[in-house]
Design a protein around this ligand. Structure first.
Ligand code: GDP
Length: 508
């Protein structure tokens, strides 16, 4: 009998406390014994690869990873999403591989831009969200104001599950609203994990707040939460280890186990016996000495066993998965078995691509992994023309990883790359140099945005592309892309060609 799975991600704005919370979750799950190891491990890994210097310089984490911990018989798979403002498609795609998310909010700041962006991605897929309002040990904004902001800005019902008794200097603990049990700070560092329910005298102000909260917000409704219409809200302090176990209990009690996944010809239920999964991330050159890459697969159905043959939808040629990797907090372990909701890493030499379905019996195809319209386009200028082949390989590799998108114009020889955030441009140049030994520069492209074009009738598409040849390009897979100067131009052209569809994302 396998243990239940909870596969989730943490979404937050930088500095809200995601790293600290991750550490505390892993400690609580017994995965690591000393807080701080998450960062230490990260540094170790960073040292291995040149391009990751950018991470070091900026003190940010560009790569995502997978961490697993267990508690009370439940296996938690935590997929880390990069937390920097300039995030890539990687971040979005990671969210397609989870069943729920924890949204971490800084009590002093409320909803910040990136929290909101990531939340919108969750909403697209109805990913249910548990909210953790962090840093209550510091002076924060009034609790009602925070709750109302979440409700208004995200158009979501909020249901406080706990209540902070004061914040900052006046912080006296957190009350679990359903039971009235209070966790209080203890000792010099004022941390506390357990709960006590005696001897608590609340000030009139807090008593009144709690009464008002009982009237003003909906009661918890598990179904509304699972549909993504309501978020239960917990208050705590990752740093002081307050409310962290409550959060794990909430994930255990309410967060959905692996859900059926959207697929063609029909959604795939986790109970189906045949093994299926999809690749949501590919990481190349984790070790510059080995041109290997790891494809991250989310298992959607069946029991995966080591050595099993799976057929990728991309190449159609079965591969035997002999050395899959399960990602544990301390080190990678070779997986013998994995279950729906688990993530396994599959080493390969470029055969596996983001968006690929892998299946024991071919014929299934998971849908809904989007390619996003790039927000920044740049022309790639090659300094040494004899390196064209290497450049093409590098751009294709990175497109495959989802670091950048690449467009090959119909006219002209300068390839164009598209990214969602500025940081990706730096990553690209640094990796071209370090991993592919290609010196290149970037210059402004005459275009600012891209749309994938299609039409029901081939003739309609041809009529469009013939006239707009100077703005046409092909993506890495040969799909036609229209490059435009502005979003306004896209609208203008779309009006003139009603039979052509312009898509900002391309589902793979
Ligand atoms: P991330 O960017 O979201 O991963 O944030 P970090 O976990 O790195 O935290 C950002 C800063 O906030 C660090 O200096 C943390 O020590 C601090 N921090 C995190 N959680 C808390 C908390 O509960 N209380 C206080 N006072 N500081 C916190």
């Amino acid at each position: 009998m396998t243990s239940p799975r909870r596969t989730f991600a943490i979404i937050s704005h930088p500095d809200a406390g995601k790293t600290t919370l991750t550490e505390k979750l892993l400690v609580a799950g017994g995965a690591i014994h000393l807080a701080g190891e998450v960062k230490a491990r990260g540094q170790n890994r960073r040292a291995r690869s040149d391009w990751m210097k950018i991470e070091q310089q900026r003190g940010i984490s560009v790569t995502s990873s997978v961490m697993t911990f267990e508690r009370d018989g439940i296996t938690f798979n935590l997929l880390d999403t990069p937390g920097h403002e300039d995030f890539s498609e990687d971040t979005y795609r990671t969210l397609t591989a989870v069943d729920s998310a924890v949204m971490v909010i800084d009590a002093a700041k409320g909803i910040e831009p990136q929290t909101r962006k990531l939340f919108e991605v969750c909403r697209l897929r109805s990913v249910p969200i548990i909210t953790f309002v962090n840093k209550v040990d510091r002076e924060g904004r009034p609790v009602f104001e925070l709750l109302d902001e979440i409700a208004d800005m995200l158009a979501l019902d909020v249901c406080p599950m706990s209540w902070p008794i004061g914040m900052g200097g006046e912080f006296e603990g957190v009350m679990e609203l359903a039971t009235g049990k209070v966790s209080r700070p203890e000792g010099d560092s004022r941390t506390f994990q357990g709960k006590i329910d005696t001897g608590v005298t609340l000030s009139d102000k807090i008593t009144e707040e709690i009464e008002l909260a009982g009237i003003g917000y909906p009661t918890f409704d598990a179904e509304a939460y699972r549909n993504g219409d309501l978020t239960p809200v917990y208050f705590g302090s990752a740093l002081k280890d307050f409310g962290v176990t409550d959060l794990i209990d909430a994930l255990a009690d309410y967060a959905p186990p692996p859900r059926p996944q959207p697929a063609e010809p029909a959604p795939v239920s986790p109970d189906e016996p045949d093994v299926t999964g999809f690749i949501f991330k590919v990481q190349a050159n984790m070790d510059p000495n080995h041109r290997d890459r790891i494809a991250f697969m989310r298992l959607c159905s069946g029991t995966f066993k080591r050595g099993m043959k799976l057929t990728p939808s991309g190449s159609g040629k079965p591969i035997a998965v002999h050395s899959p990797i399960l990602f544990f907090a301390q080190n990678r372990e070779i997986a013998d078995e994995a279950f729906p909701g688990d993530i396994i890493g599959i080493p390969n030499h470029g055969t596996l691509r983001v968006g690929d379905t892998l299946a024991e019996k071919p014929g299934v195809r998971f849908t809904g992994l989007p390619n996003f319209a790039p927000e920044i386009l740049r022309r790639v200028i090659l300094k040494d023309p004899t390196k064209t082949k290497q450049l093409r390989k590098a751009l294709d590799d990175m497109a495959e990883e989802g670091v950048t998108q690449v467009f090959y114009p119909e006219i002209g020889s300068n390839w164009i790359i598209g990214v969602v955030g500025q940081l990706q441009l730096e990553v690209l140049l640094s990796r071209l140099d370090a991993e592919y030994k290609v010196a290149a520069g970037l210059e402004h492209a005459p275009f600012d945005t891209a749309r994938w074009v299609s039409a029901d009738e081939a003739a309609d598409l041809k009529a469009f592309t013939d006239i707009n040849r100077a703005a046409m390009a092909k993506d890495r897979d040969g799909n036609p892309v229209f490059l435009a100067k502005t979003a306004w131009e896209v609208g203008y052209v779309a009006d003139r060609y009603p039979k052509v569809k312009f898509a900002a994302t391309r589902e793979r």
